[in-house]
Ligand binder design. Structure first.
Ligand code: ASP
Length: 436
């Protein structure tokens, strides 16, 4: 069996829903289906979830909300009619509307986007509808109870065919609780893990991950296979397709995730796997982000002062500023932080470093971009760093900082902001074009 989750753009209207139905019917193993709420129909359009939050907000301050709710109802009626279904969605819509205007909480209101969508899809497929409130359990504090959710899901979802709404669950008292935005990915992952599915298919509107950001590199090649670990590195540095919390349940259960494109189901997509034996390219992907700063703190014989690093890090911690990386040389430690929140606390942090660390000099470098070159194929292979620096050198880019993790899974580079795009392009050329 397979667990398949479909995102909002895959369910935006009847035409998109029909594609989803065709995909599900094409493989009888797709027995457990998780859905998002209908997403944007056009780039300037609206997601049903946003409209539900808005209705709730307007209703809660007595500012109406009827019109927005009517547009929501219209979306579902159009899908129902477009698919030629007899399902009486009007009754569900009336119940939801009543609840919202009777003061239901925001989480309940937002969750109805998925609930209604799952009702329609279950009717279209003739699958059983199972409410996520029955199987996805949150603690009183609002955190996911993964173990209990998996237990409930494994018990409830047996041999049959099911449609389950994503994005929400309930606490023990039955109160609806949602994940953060985009959370239907997490629901799919929980169910796939609970059922020990051989694969968790995540259907979206792109054919998986690309080896570089297409806004920077023209037509970057798709990543066909990536390990969870590589994905973690790439996502941390900016590449986003899945909700960041969606990987954990599947990864823990060893279930591979397959990202597929509803609009191009024939394309390979990306498989996220626990480990891989073959590495088609030395580098799997390149990602990066702007908006970092380097704080160089120099002190003669700092390396011999055992409390120096602790005092330095404490200053950042006390000011609520996370330290991203901290490369050091004998007498200088470079602390890499995000511009925001560092900038707003800069004066205080620098003063405190002066007091507690008594440095000889502090120098702040702004406008730093970090690039991550990620790939298990780099491990224990000689010459990768040489290629990397030659490519950047040839492009006239000077590297401000370099870090390589002990796992040799990634190399992180700091460059000036204006060199960010040219650096990504040069590295892509080196590791993908030349190797193709
Ligand atoms: N509908 C929710 C959102 O728009 C959750 C999801 O789509 O995964 O964030």
């Amino acid at each position: 069996m397979k667990v398949a989750k479909f995102g909002g753009s895959s369910l935006a209207d009847a035409h998109q829903c029909q594609k989803v139905i065709d995909i599900i019917k094409a493989d009888p193993k797709r027995r457990v289906i998780v859905v998002s709420a209908p997403g944007k129909r056009t780039p300037g359009g609206h997601k049903v979830t946003d409209m539900l939050y808005l209705t709730h907000q307007l209703a809660s301050i007595d500012m109406g909300g009827n019109e927005v709710f009517s547009s929501i109802a219209e979306r579902y009626l159009n899908i129902r009619n477009g698919l030629g279904l007899a399902y009486p969605i009007e009754d569900d819509l009336d119940t939801v509307k009543q609840a919202i205007f009777d003061g239901a909480e925001a989480d309940y209101c937002a969750s109805r986007g998925e609930y209604l969508c799952a009702r329609l899809l279950a009717a279209a497929l003739d699958f059983e509808f199972v409410d996520a409130a029955e199987i996805v359990r949150f603690t009183e504090a609002g955190d996911l109870d993964l173990a209990l959710s998996q237990k409930l899901a494994a018990k409830r979802l047996q041999e049959g065919c099911y449609v389950v709404p994503g994005f929400y669950g309930a606490d023990e008292a039955g109160k609806i609780v949602t994940f953060s935005r985009g959370g239907s990915d997490i629901t799919g992952s929980i169910l796939a893990a609970a059922l020990q599915a051989p694969v968790y298919e995540n259907w979206t509107d792109v054919s998986g991950f690309l080896a570089a950001d297409p806004r920077i590199v023209k037509d970057p090649c798709p990543i066909e296979v990536i390990t969870y670990e590589e994905l973690h590195e790439l996502s941390y540095m900016g590449a986003q397709v899945l909700h960041e919390d969606a990987v954990y349940p599947a990864r823990r259960a060893g279930v591979p995730i397959h990202i597929k494109n509803t609009n191009a189901p024939q394309e390979e997509g990306t498989r996220i796997v626990p480990s891989k034996d073959e590495h088609r390219h030395v580098v799997t992907g390149i990602s990066g982000k702007n908006g970092f700063m380097l704080v160089h703190v120099s002190k003669r014989h700092a390396a011999g002062d055992s409390g120096f690093l602790r005092r330095l890090v404490s200053v950042f911690e006390a000011n609520g500023c996370a330290v991203e990386h901290m490369p050091s040389s004998i007498d200088t430690v470079s602390v890499i932080v995000r511009e925001d929140p560092f900038r707003s606390r800069q004066k205080k942090i620098l003063e405190e470093i002066s007091i507690f660390c008594e440095p000889d000099a502090i120098q702040v470098q702004e406008d730093i971009a970090l690039l991550a070159v990620v790939g298990e194929g780099m491990a224990k292979r000689a010459g990768v760093a040489a290629r990397l620096f030659t490519a950047l050198g040839t492009a006239g880019i000077s590297v401000r900082m370099i870090l390589q993790g002990a796992s040799e899974l990634n190399i992180i580079l700091g460059v000036r902001k204006e060199n960010f795009k040219p650096a990504v392009q040069a590295l892509y050329r080196e590791f993908f074009k030349e190797e193709a």
